[in-house]
Design a protein around this ligand. Structure first.
Ligand code: BGC
Length: 707
């Protein structure tokens, strides 16, 4: 078939993803004038009221800030979080890193819409999500809350989530910035040079603020280059407002996000959450009396809160011009189905020796299900992102429902090995829980040691499974005729010791309240796996940068994730962007054209296998003859394609010149984004380690030439 007649699909449809995002409809200059008029009428006490939360504990999950009936100003009602509304019961979606594995921006937009709607139905108006801290190292305890080790990927997913959620409520991408080690988060300093900061660690925040018009931003606990993020003029003022034109407000992270009075207020930390400590009246009196804080600064910061209240047409039960939705939207059938779709699309098939998967439910197989986690509600950490659904589908019961004529027997974690040989195969469900990783709150951690329900795991010092989990897999693999391992967890897990002795591995993350059902869909072939890794799985922990969970100073550079592995010549066990399916895809015929200031790349994708399925086409850029340090390759575009057997499509991925600039610290008139004269390789494939197609372009004297 000639190229002209083939079906075409855009990898990223900005207009469709942005639809209904209320943040894009605001006329900020007009609102600025209304805000000025209102501020002029406000007393100092009313102004102070707008820059702080009301009480330490939430009411029904809602953290209140500001609000004054006499002025017609409703309070902010802020609600966590990244995998669902943390207020009463709510739909528990798969964790963000699982959703990132779908590389499906339309899906992430719909999840944003659903969570935003449930937050609004619970009475909230600010959603404390998404978490978009880059996964510098996969051992970060909160890895599950964020999207990826790659800034382009993180930015795209964050953009989609915010675009959806801001149909209903304000969002607050967090934690600004470089919050990526958990255990020492209140003290540590992230050390970073300007280029790595702008190109790698902030570019996704920029996309969320500039592109998706995130209405607020939460500051981080940690320091950046030795200054606390909550009192960081460069981050909060110069970059966020100066460079990116942010018109929203910045609230502190909870309790320890505001570390001072004057430096925080002056730097542009607008609201202290969840209650006044550093912004309490006595502290403000002192700071104003000493001249450290000017009255105008309080007006300015309060004004940013007031501005968004007017802009977002906030009423007591109204936001973005919409009335509070009925509570029946919470966990409605549509949202539960969406959670299942997301979980199903997020599962990554890492190994499938002899095509053991999918299992035929009508083949009368005898199956041993092994591991306590098969019968456990493993939704992820129990920190601020915890969500409580009214029902959870666990792997064991979902497998039991799906088995058809197969015979199932469940073994917990104690398995008589001799028994396993009686079965055709064993499905071992292993992995991590909230005890191994997650948000780390020291007091809660102490409780955890007494085995209370609110354990927080913090960072993982190593990337292996806990010993008993490894042992379970190794023993099962030894005894069973065939072994399928289902892994649960929120980040990379090293598998070197046992991967060669098992037949299949599925990474199923923390799949949310429909995780079990989605797993059964994949095991028995109701759907073909289409998840791709958003984090590299190394062969050995030493293949990554040094990782010390007690560190108080962490060096950051241009090379997190696959960039690091490339630079140090380490092949991953399973590379970023990798995942298998039950069908095969081929790509060919890469065509790259210049249209204005954009590369339009078209690639022909064909399902050559016998089943329907989906794949993720990925475009990376590498350089030659560059005068600055460059990563071997950097993801710059991707598209998810779903095809029937034999079907094909021309996928269009756009790369703008602006996406190819580097942050030149030595530019003549001060740091600037430069399109360097050098050779650019546009490389396309189905994982970061499989890029068969390429197109080379030279940029010289302001002109692009294909070479
Ligand atoms: C977390 C934030 C969260 C906040 C409110 C903090 O401990 O770091 O991510 O939004 O608590 O629950």
């Amino acid at each position: 078939m000639s190229g002209e007649n083939r079906r075409r699909q855009k990898a990223f449809d900005e207009e469709a993803i942005s639809a209904g995002n209320f943040g894009l409809e605001i006329d900020h200059d007009q609102v600025e004038r209304e805000t000025a008029a209102l501020l002029a009428k406000m007393t100092p006490a009313q102004l102070r009221n707008e820059i702080r939360g009301r009480q330490p504990r939430p009411i029904d999950g809602l953290f209140y800030a500001g609000g004054d009936e006499s002025l017609g100003l409703a309070p902010w009602k802020m609600v966590d979080g990244p995998r669902g509304a943390r207020s009463g019961t709510a739909t528990a979606f798969p964790v963000a890193i699982a959703r990132a594995a779908t590389f499906d921006m339309d899906l992430e937009r719909r999840i944003g819409l659903a969570i935003g709607l449930e937050v609004a139905a619970r009475g909230g108006n600010v959603l404390l999500a998404p978490t978009i801290n880059l996964l510098r190292h996969p051992g970060w305890g909160r890895a599950q809350e964020t999207y990826s080790e790659d800034p382009h990927h993180t930015g795209a997913m964050g953009f989609a989530f915010i675009s959806g959620a801001q149909n209903h409520v304000l969002t607050s991408p967090k934690h600004f910035a470089l919050n990526n080690l958990e255990n020492t988060r209140f003290e540590l300093s992230a050390e970073i040079d300007p280029r790595s900061l702008h190109e790698v660690y902030l570019s996704h925040f920029k996309r969320c603020v500039v592109g998706a018009q995130a209405a607020s931003v939460m500051s981080a606990y940690n320091k950046v280059n030795n200054t606390f993020c909550g009192e960081h003029p460069e981050l909060l003022d110069e970059i966020l407002r100066g460079d990116w034109g942010f018109r929203g407000f910045v609230e502190s992270d909870w309790f320890l996000g505001a570390r001072s009075t004057a430096p925080s207020l002056n730097a542009g930390l607008d609201i202290e959450m969840p209650a006044p400590f550093r912004f309490a009246d006595d502290k403000l009196d002192e700071a104003e009396a000493s001249g450290e804080v000017e009255a105008a600064t309080i007006v300015r910061n309060a004004g940013r809160s007031v501005h968004q209240k007017l802009a977002w047409k906030l009423g007591d039960d109204e936001v973005a011009g919409k009335r509070r939705p009925d509570a029946t939207v919470v966990e409605c059938d549509e949202h539960v189905a969406l959670a299942r779709e997301a979980a199903r699309k997020s599962i990554v098939l890492l190994k499938n020796e002899g095509r053991i998967l999918p299992l035929d439910a009508n083949a009368g197989l005898s199956i041993a299900v092994v591991g306590d986690l098969a019968n456990f509600e493993n939704l992820g950490d129990r920190g601020s992102s915890m969500v409580t659904p009214s029902a959870v589908s666990k792997p064991l019961e979902a497998i039991e429902q799906a088995v058809g004529s197969c015979k199932i027997e469940f073994f917990g974690s104690y398995v008589e090995l001799s028994r396993l040989a009686e079965f055709d195969l064993a499905i071992v469900v292993a992995g991590l829980t909230y005890k191994d990783e997650g948000e780390f709150i020291p007091t809660a951690q102490q409780d955890a040691e007494d085995e209370t329900e609110f354990a927080r795991g913090g960072d993982r010092a190593g990337l292996e499974l806990p010993l008993e989990q490894r042992d379970l897999i190794e023993r099962a693999a030894l005894a069973a005729n065939q072994t399928i391992v289902v892994l649960e967890g929120g980040s990379a897990i090293i598998m070197r010791d046992w991967i060669d002795s098992v037949d299949a591995v599925l990474m199923s993350w923390y799949g949310g309240q429909q995780g079990g059902a989605a797993l059964a869909d994949i095991l028995f072939g109701e759907a073909s796996p289409s998840g791709r890794l958003p984090v590299s799985i190394p062969r050995d922990m030493d293949h990554f940068m040094a990782w010390d969970v007690t560190s108080l100073s962490v060096h950051h550079d241009l090379m997190p994730g696959y960039r690091w592995l490339d630079q140090h010549g380490h092949a991953a066990e399973f590379p970023f962007g990798f995942g298998l399916g039950y069908t095969e895809f081929e790509i060919d015929d890469l065509r790259v054209e210049r249209v204005g200031k954009v590369f339009e790349c078209t690639v022909h994708v064909r399902n050559t296998g016998a089943r329907s399925g989906a794949t993720i086409v990925q475009l990376y850029v590498g350089h030659e003859n560059s005068r600055v340090a460059r990563a071997g390759k950097e993801l710059k575009g991707f598209g998810r394609v779903e095809l029937e057997p034999g079907e094909s499509v021309d996928l269009e991925i756009e790369i703008a010149d602006d996406d190819l600039r580097f942050y030149n610290v030595q530019a003549d008139d001060g740091p600037d984004w430069e399109l360097e004269a050098c050779d650019y390789f546009l490389r396309v494939g189905l994982s970061s380690a499989d890029l068969p197609l390429s197109s080379c372009w030279k940029f010289a004297e302001g002109q692009w030439k294909s070479s």
